[in-house]
Write a protein that binds this ligand. Structure first.
Ligand code: PMV
Length: 353
């Protein structure tokens, strides 16, 4: 089978972990299972243009962000291609033009690796599908397999990217309470999520838009030989069991405790590794304290979570949108760089455009 040239465009969202992935083994295998809300507004749109190569066995590609050539992105994509070529044997036979853009500002401190790597993985899967269909008597892949392999490939780009293919809640990593769960790809949460979580909000407060001082790759590696690693991995399993139950029952108070504990534990792992580091900023702590005070005063169900950076994700039910946004504008925006924050909600995964 062969194809001369063509293009595919996918748009794929970011996601926010409720139980965090921190620590991995060889081949992007997570040390513990994680669960996330897929986001809606924060996404990457990627067009993959491919054309058959005349000669040359090396990978051949160019990358553009918002129309600008980005050679600094090439090493990451080269590594990704090396990891996935075993599963996509056509990679070296084509030249690729990868054109990508994000809905959120590039230097916002929001990681674009989950949305970016999942969008690219999906474009490559569409290409594989096209190649299969163009061969003698070829049939397309079934949807379930397509999605699973896209998540599998995305994982090899950036671990958390495997949770961005589908929505609205995704589990990655083998866990006893989730049938079909795997360390190799994300699966959609197999139970009905309680209506309390319908259209759940995630307002992202951009505290620090600068480059991260410590990459998540370095952070994951510091879990090797970390004095608390084994306890942490056990705790993540327990937290996920509990979270599954909470999502089914709609217990918002239990949700808050679990989510905030997970965020602080993630950062506690960073602070207790060797070398140690701190990604929170003074404004991160100010925001956390304001959130706790507001919850005590009003009985609101808002809570915070953090990923590997200083920005704060404020999670809250749809019913409380007006009240919480008012609070954010009055009391939290002053801690955001240039007053910048992004309103997002739980979303339903990637789309072919
Ligand atoms: O996908 P990575 O390797 O960038 O790791 C992401 C890790 C966290 O965002 C901190 C947690 C998570 O589960 O998303």
């Amino acid at each position: 089978s062969s194809l001369h040239s063509g293009a595919f465009t996918w748009s794929s969202p970011s996601n926010i972990a409720l139980v965090k992935y921190w620590g991995k083994k060889e081949n992007q295998i997570p040390e513990n299972p994680s669960i996330s809300f897929t986001l809606d507004a924060c996404k990457t749109t990627t067009t993959l243009k491919y054309s058959k190569k005349e000669s040359g066995a090396d990978f051949s590609f160019e990358v553009f962000l918002d129309g600008e050539k980005k050679d600094e992105f090439k090493p990451k994509i080269e590594t990704f291609f090396k990891r996935i070529e075993l599963y996509l044997p056509f990679l070296r036979a084509y030249h690729f033009k990868i054109e990508t853009s994000n809905t959120f500002p590039h230097s916002s401190g929001i990681a674009s690796s989950a949305s970016g790597m999942s969008a690219l993985a999906l474009c490559l899967m569409s290409m594989e599908n096209q190649l299969l269909m163009s061969s003698e008597g070829g049939k397309p892949l079934n949807d379930g397999f397509f999605t699973e392999k896209a998540s599998f490939l995305a994982r090899l780009g950036s671990g958390s990217a495997c949770r961005s293919i589908e929505g609205d809640v995704v589990v990655w990593g083998k866990h006893a309470d989730i049938e079909g769960s795997s360390d190799l790809f994300g699966v959609k949460f197999p139970y009905t999520v309680h209506e309390n979580f319908k259209n759940y909000n995630d307002t992202i407060l951009l505290v620090d838009k600068g480059e991260k001082q410590v990459s998540s790759t370095v952070g994951h590696d510091l879990m090797y030989g970390h004095p608390f690693a084994q306890e942490r991995f056990k705790q993540a399993h327990k937290h996920l069991s509990h979270m599954i139950d909470v999502l089914k029952r709609g217990d918002l108070k239990a949700f808050i405790s679990l989510v905030e504990s997970e965020a602080l534990t993630l950062h506690a792992m960073m602070m207790s590794s060797m070398p140690y580091f701190i990604l929170m900023k003074p404004s991160t702590l100010e925001i956390i304290n304001k959130i706790w005070a507001f919850r005590n005063q009003t009985g609101s169900n808002l809570c915070f979570t953090l990923d590997a950076g200083a920005n704060v994700h404020v999670l809250y039910p749809e019913k409380e949108t007006e009240q919480v946004l008012e609070f954010i504008k009055n009391e939290l925006v002053e801690y955001c760089q240039n007053g910048h924050y992004i309103c997002d909600t739980i979303g339903f995964g990637a789309n072919l455009l």
